[in-house]
Design a protein. Structure first.
Length: 240
């Protein structure tokens, strides 16, 4: 948004020059100039390449939406849904994308067979892993914590409607005390790993483990690396 706003003065200057040379100026030409300038700024600022396409097409998308005369509440609804789904992804740098049953089963096999374990999925998304594990290991205490309200609500409803013992909490895992868990499962992003490592190292008890799907900790190589299926990205395990 800041880039689009930053491009506005330059767009106005270019349109002014075009008009003074009697170039035909209409909303479409304004949208094209604005999009090209915003994409150029995006490139200059070194953002990821796909942002250039978004910035280029954004003013044209606004024009199209205006031409369709969509009711204004639709934009409000779209905003609320996206807010509920992504919440503070801009801060955490961890959006939602799910792991799958093969990964969940590989994590299940890491649990000791002879004693009940306390397991948490930090950033539990739609709740697939937590629901699976509480079904597969009825003796375990399995919970999930999720920051974004919509995925949390969905997982909470799934647990209630299916009569699962799984527990879902809405909140920030950074505020949890990890010493209460035998296994912490994380499927986050590279940006979240340094702080996660500092927290696990400070709080996790001897005998417990951190399992991270796909993302490594730069500070310490994993004690064990597993592949849920051949060719799948690894599960990294650190023992405390
Ligand atoms: C990549 S998804 C993984 C979902 C699920 N664990 C799975 O394996 O299918 C990461 C989730 O973590 C959530 N998340 C990110 N930061 C969080 C935080 N600090 N506390 C709780 N949840 C967080 C995101 O909202 C997102 O739903």
């Amino acid at each position: 948004m800041l880039i689009q706003c930053g491009a506005v003065p330059l767009t106005l200057a270019i349109i002014y020059v075009m008009a003074s040379f009697r170039f035909p100026v209409d909303y479409l030409s304004v949208a094209v100039v604005q999009g090209v300038l915003a994409a150029g700024l995006t490139w200059k600022l070194g953002l990821a390449r796909w942002w250039r396409a978004i910035q280029l097409l954004f003013p044209l998308a606004v024009l199209t939406a205006l031409a369709l005369q969509l009711p204004s509440w639709l934009f409000g609804l779209g905003f609320l849904l996206l807010l509920g789904w992504y919440w503070s992804t801009f801060r955490t740098q961890v959006p939602y994308y799910p792991s799958g049953p093969a990964v969940w089963d590989a994590v299940r096999q890491l649990l000791p067979a002879d004693k009940p374990a306390r397991v948490i999925d930090i950033g539990s998304g739609l709740g697939g892993f937590v629901l699976y594990l509480s079904r597969a290991r009825p003796d375990a205490e399995v919970s999930g914590i999720e920051l974004a309200p919509l995925p949390f609500l969905y997982s909470w409803l799934r647990a209630r409607l299916s009569g699962s013992r799984a527990r879902f909490v809405r909140g920030d895992y950074e505020k949890l005390d990890f010493s209460r868990y035998d296994l912490v499962f994380a499927y986050l992003s590279p940006a979240a790993m340094p702080a996660l490592w500092r927290k696990t190292r400070a709080e996790m008890c001897p005998g417990s483990m951190l399992v991270s799907y796909e993302f490594i900790v730069e500070e310490r190589p994993a004690d064990r690396i597993l592949h849920a299926t051949e060719g799948d990205v690894p599960l990294y395990i650190w023992y405390f």
